[in-house]
Structure formats: structure tokens, C-alpha cells
Design a binder for this molecule. Structure first.
Ligand code: PLP
Length: 481
């Protein structure tokens, strides 16, 4: 690595990215390319000799950008946003600039220690109980993973091994995982990975009158039925801010039930957990003190560029019991003396990125006050959009909004119910193919509805207003045909 060339070329790339952000509104938000487009444009073998960065950037402009769906466009309202920010980007640069691999403490003491400190900062920002803080003195602590999926796999493995120490290895066929029909499929995937029989994975029903929250009664009934069959409840996942509709499960009731049945209680707050830094949203985490673990993704809604998932756990030694390896080549005095955290034992991979420096930079550059403002302004925009929807009598908001996700659609009364889903499907496709905005859908109560997820850093009121006009005009076209 030549430091002078590095400086020259990285400036070129930064200018290129800055231009991209200047021009971002001119691109169709959802990529318009056909499958396989890229192999028609790129050579099928690699270059033998070095190519200049300017040529490569030209090709990125010509061939790659058309195949991007522009997640950072202010008119991106799909899935949940992947926040980008200047501090998040600069933090990511520092992370890959140093390119240290802090799998254990000695491999980069600052990487490990900063991660523990920043996890405590984040825990304090979300007002998590001291039992999840390193500094709480109760054995708890946090770790940064790349995704919720990895975090859930690790907690499930710890829960499984704890249960199997009691039941014996063959007990795995009896272990049951409980989720709701709104829980992110990450838990199902994790259960498959760790060997839970598919037939022992429960997706318990939720309903519209209860805002799609999982009730403790529903879980209790399911657990009792399973136990009567000789099965063993293992793990219960509650969600704060479900993916489809933004529902919140009642943590306190579910936590009490989990304790009564001796199951691991995990809270997935991938999207909405960030909002807990604002006092007015913190109540959605009431009951977190009963959880064994909680995860949330600053890369969704806390201005931290991909990837960054926080996982806190009350008893990390259970993770370490399941995930630790102690090869001779990694042995060192600090680890042997058991006076340090070796994060390799809190995750799946050995190698790990210095994500903590990114989150640390984000928190320091913005400060908690600006991060709170970021959440609040998105929620205010969502409220504004909701107001626009309710003012047009052809539309309705279909789920009570809690955060910055609005689920809406054309009202059934304008058409027979079964046709409403079809109309909403057509409406969504018309919006997305226009290239002027991108939204995705959910099926709620059997109906196809449109999700309007606000949170992209560049989205302002004017974008929401323009997009609403687009939605209205596409609806008029569809209803008139
Ligand atoms: N949980 C919830 C509630 C989500 O909304 C998502 C993604 O949108 C996930 C988990 C998956 O997160 P990850 O991609 O970090 O695994």
C-alpha cells in the first residue's frame, strides 16, 4: 500500500461518491435492469494488467450504477432503511483503513476495549438495565455483529447447549422455538442452522385487534400443548418493531412467561430499538429487564453505515461456553489469565471488523441529542404521511403506526374486497416502475398492503409530499381503468 497513491485514489473515490449523492435523485429508485444485464456488459475474464482508477470509475457509472437500487435515495421507502451518514461513512473508512482483526484482546486491544465501551454507551442511551452493561458488575455485556441473523444464531446456540447439558444430546429433537407469525424469518433460519427440527418451530398467530402483538396467553397455550407431547420449550423471541407492520410484542408479560417456563427470552429490536434513545419511545422496551438477550441494528435507523448489529446478553459466559475455541496459536497471557474479553468467543467467525470505531464516531459526531432528533424527525414525517393518507377518502391506514412505518392501501369499499389486494398490487407496481419512488408490500390479514417506511437520511417533507402526489395520480389511473 503506497500512502501517496492511497491518498490520491481515495480522494477520487470520495469525489465520485459525493457526486453520486448530489445526483441521486436523478436515478430510478428501483433498478430497472433485467436479470443477467451485467454479464452482457462486462468482460468474462479478469484483466492481466492494472487498470487506472478513472477507467474503473467510468465503468461503475456506466455499468454498475444502472443496476443499483438506490437505498440512499430520498424516495426510497422500501423494506427498512439502511441509514448512511457522513460519520457512518467516515467510521467505515477508519474501520477498513486500520483493517485490524480483533478476534481476541491482544490482536488489537483498542478494538476490543472500544467495543465494550461503545456497547455500554449504546446500552445507556437505550436505558437498558445494568445487567446488560459491562460496567453493571453483574456479568453482562455486549458485542457487535454484522447482522441480527448472526446474533440470533449465537443466542440460540447458547440456549440450545444450556438445555442439552440437562437433557443430553438426543434432546435436540424435543426442543421448541416460539415466535409469532410477524417475527422476522431470521429466527426460523437460525433455528434450522442450529438443528431445531422444522416441526418444532412455532409461528404463533397474532391479530389485527391486538395490533399484531403476540400475547402471553397464546404462547402459554402453545407451550402447554408441546409439553404435553413431551417437547421442551427452549427459546421465545419477541419483537419490538416487526418487519411487516412495526408491531410491538408485550415484553413484560412474555418475559414473565419465559421465566416461568425456563426458556431463553430474546428481544429482536432490529429496526425500532434505535427509537428507545428517545424517552417517548423507551416504554416499548419496558420488560427488557426480563430478557436474556436483546439485539438491534444501528445500521437500520441510527445513522451507522452497514454493517452494525448490537447484541447484549446477560450471561455472556453461556455464549462463550458454546462458541469458544482455544487453539494454541492464539494463546496469550491476557486470555489465559481470563482478564479480557475475546470477542471471537461471542460470535461465529474468528475474524472480525473494527465496527466499534464506526459506531463510536457516529455517537460522538452527532451526539445523543442529534440522534434523538433524527429519530423524531422521521417519526414526524411518517405522521405527516399518515395524515395525507387519511385525508384522501380512497385510502386507509391499515395498521396503527408506532414508529416511522405506515402501512396503507386503497380502501375495500371502493371495490370488492378480493379486488382491493389486486388494486394495491397494481398500484405498488405502477409506483415502483415509475422509478420515482420505491416501496414494498406486506400481506396483512390476508390483504396486500403497501409499506411506506420512512428513514432514509436524505428524505425531507417535500419528498414525502411529492411521493404522495405520485401515489394519488397512479391510484387515479388504476381506479379509472
Ligand atoms: N429483525 C427485524 C425485525 C428486521 O426488520 C430485520 C430486517 O429488516 C431483521 C431482523 C434482519 O436483520 P439482519 O439483516 O441484520 O439479519
Amino acid at each position: 500500500l503506497d500512502a501517496n497513491l492511497f491518498s490520491e485514489e481515495s480522494h477520487a473515490i470520495i469525489d465520485f461518491i459525493a457526486d453520486y449523492y448530489h445526483d441521486i435523485e436523478q436515478y430510478p429508485v428501483r433498478s430497472q435492469v433485467e436479470p443477467g444485464y451485467l454479464s452482457k456488459r462486462l468482460p468474462d475474464s479478469p484483466p492481466i494488467f492494472s487498470e487506472p482508477i478513472a477507467t474503473i470509475l467510468e465503468d461503475i457509472k456506466k455499468d454498475i450504477i444502472p443496476g443499483l437500487t438506490h437505498w440512499q435515495s430520498p424516495n426510497f421507502y422500501a423494506y427498512f432503511q439502511a441509514n448512511a451518514s457522513t460519520a457512518g461513512f467516515l467510521g467505515e473508512m477508519l474501520c477498513s483503513g486500520f483493517n485490524v482483526v480483533g478476534f481476541n484482546w491482544i490482536a488489537s486491544p483498542a478494538a476490543t476495549e472500544l467495543e465494550s465501551i461503545v456497547m455500554d454507551w449504546m446500552a445507556k442511551m437505550m436505558k437498558l438495565p445494568a445487567s446488560f452493561h459491562f460496567s453493571g458488575g453483574q456479568g453482562g455485556g455486549g458485542v457487535l455483529h454484522g447482522s441480527t441473523c448472526e446474533a440470533v444464531v449465537c443466542t440460540l446456540v447458547a440456549a440450545r447447549d444450556r438445555a442439552l447439558r440437562r437433557l443430553g444430546h438426543d434432546g435436540i429433537t424435543r426442543l421448541v422455538v416460539y415466535t409469532s407469525d410477524q417475527t422476522h424469518f431470521t429466527v426460523k433460519k437460525a433455528s434450522k442452522i442450529i438443528g431445531i427440527p422444522t416441526s418444532n418451530f412455532r409461528e404463533l398467530p397474532t391479530s389485527w385487534p391486538l395490533d399484531y402483538a403476540l400475547t402471553a396467553d397464546t404462547v402459554r397455550t402453545a407451550m402447554e400443548a408441546d409439553m404435553a407431547q413431551g417437547l421442551v420449550p427452549l427459546y421465545l423471541c419477541a419483537t419490538v418493531g416487526t418487519t411487516a407492520v412495526g408491531a410491538v410484542d408485550p415484553l413484560f408479560e412474555l418475559g414473565q412467561l419465559a421465566a416461568e417456563y425456563g426458556v431463553w427470552f430474546h428481544i429482536d429490536s432490529a429496526y425500532a430499538g434505535s427509537s428507545a434513545i428517545c424517552p417517548e419511545f423507551r416504554h416499548y422496551l419496558d420488560g427488557v429487564e426480563l430478557a436474556d438477550s436483546i439485539s438491534m441494528n444501528p445500521h437500520k435507523w441510527l445513522l451507522t453505515n452497514m454493517d452494525c448489529c448490537c447484541l447484549w446478553i446477560k450471561n455472556p459466559s453461556l455464549l462463550v461456553d458454546s462458541l469458544s475455541t482455544n487453539p494454541e496459536i492464539l494463546r496469550n497471557e491476557a486470555s489465559d489469565a481470563n482478564v479480557v474479553v475475546d470477542y471471537k468467543d461471542w460470535q461465529i467467525a474468528l475474524s472480525r471488523r473494527f465496527r466499534a470505531i464506526k459506531l463510536w464516531l457516529v455517537i460522538r459526531r452527532y451526539g445523543v441529542a442529534n440522534l434523538m432528533e433524527h429519530i423524531r424527525s422521521d417519526v414526524a414525517l411518517a405522521k405527516h404521511f399518515e395524515g395525507l393518507v387519511t385525508m384522501d377518502e380512497r385510502f386507509e391506514v391499515v395498521v396503527r403506526r408506532k414508529f416511522s412505518l405506515v402501512c396503507f392501501g386503497l380502501k375495500p369499499k371502493f371495490e370488492a374486497c378480493d379486488r382491493t389486494s389486486e388494486l394495491n398490487r397494481q398500484l405498488l407496481e405502477a409506483i415502483n416502475t415509475s422509478g420515482r419512488a420505491f416501496m414494498t408490500h406486506a400481506v396483512v390479514n390476508g390483504d396486500f398492503v403497501i409499506r411506506f417506511a420512512i428513514g432514509t437520511t436524505l428524505t425531507e417533507k417535500r419528498h414525502v409530499d411529492q411521493t404522495w402526489k405520485l401515489i394519488q395520480s397512479k391510484a387515479t389511473d388504476i381506479l379509472n381503468t
